[in-house]
Design a protein around this ligand. Structure first.
Ligand SMILES: Cc1cc2nc3c(=O)[nH]c(=O)nc-3n(C[C@H](O)[C@H](O)[C@H](O)COP(=O)(O)O)c2cc1C
Length: 205
């Protein structure tokens, strides 16, 4: 079967891409609004943009059903030019994460609505998610816009300026990712990382 993306609508293109790029990691991106409200949203477009300097990227789409309205996360980042990437989403906060993906008015904090704990970061004003194994404090580097109104995607790239790791997930100078019980996303369903295997092959970075 062959599929020509030309002429496909947004939903079908999303399903083609997000059904194939699996499993996707999920980040909780936390920001502070111009109105002082602490915001958090789950994003499965999170990726490593660069290792040195350390940079993370994620993509935010507009709300098409609301005439192409920007999401709070994007508006907050455009305003404050900083944010925190809290990763990975782990089983114990799966429900809270899923709830935080719902639509809340911009004066409502998803932290209190969803039962996540906001703690102060060190170098940015955006809060960190206490329950996440790792918090990356980021300063905005660039936002690249693709697509046309009302279906615009903004690729946000930020530099990690401070990292926090929960002690239980750090041993021998390394992150213990296998212990985290991270969850991932398929097209829409979620998956666990409780079956891990490895190969004894060395590769160079
Ligand atoms: C697991 C999961 C992954 C998501 N990934 C993305 C994403 O990568 N980009 C995006 O724009 N929205 C994504 N969403 C939807 C946003 O989380 C949702 O639109 C949210 O309401 C945005 O919140 P905000 O308005 O506070 O920024 C995802 C939702 C879930 C549940």
């Amino acid at each position: 079967m062959k599929i020509d993306p030309a002429g496909m609508d947004f939903r079908d293109l999303h399903h083609l891409l997000a059904g194939a790029v699996v499993p996707r990691p999920i980040a909780l991106v936390s920001t502070l609004g111009e109105n002082g409200v602490q915001n958090v949203a789950p994003l499965s477009s999170i990726s490593i943009a660069c290792v040195r300097p350390p940079m993370l990227s994620f993509s935010l789409s507009t709300r098409r059903r609301k005439g192409g309205e920007k999401k709070d996360t994007l508006r907050n980042i455009e305003f404050a030019r900083e944010f925190v990437v809290n990763v990975p989403v782990v089983e114990s906060i799966a429900e809270a994460m899923n709830k935080s993906g719902g639509e809340f008015p911009d004066h409502v904090s998803e932290f209190t609505e969803c039962g996540l704990t906001a703690v102060p970061a060190e170098r940015v004003r955006a809060p960190m998610v206490l329950e996440s194994p790792v918090n990356f404090e980021c300063r905005l580097v660039k936002i690249l816009e693709f697509g046309e109104h009302p279906s615009v995607s903004s690729l946000v790239i930020g530099e990690v300026i401070m990292a926090h790791v929960r002690d239980e997930f750090w041993a021998n100078g390394e992150l213990q990712s296998a212990k985290m019980k991270a969850i991932g996303r398929l097209l829409e369903p979620y998956c666990r990382t409780n079956e891990i295997f490895e190969f004894n092959v060395e590769y160079t970075l």
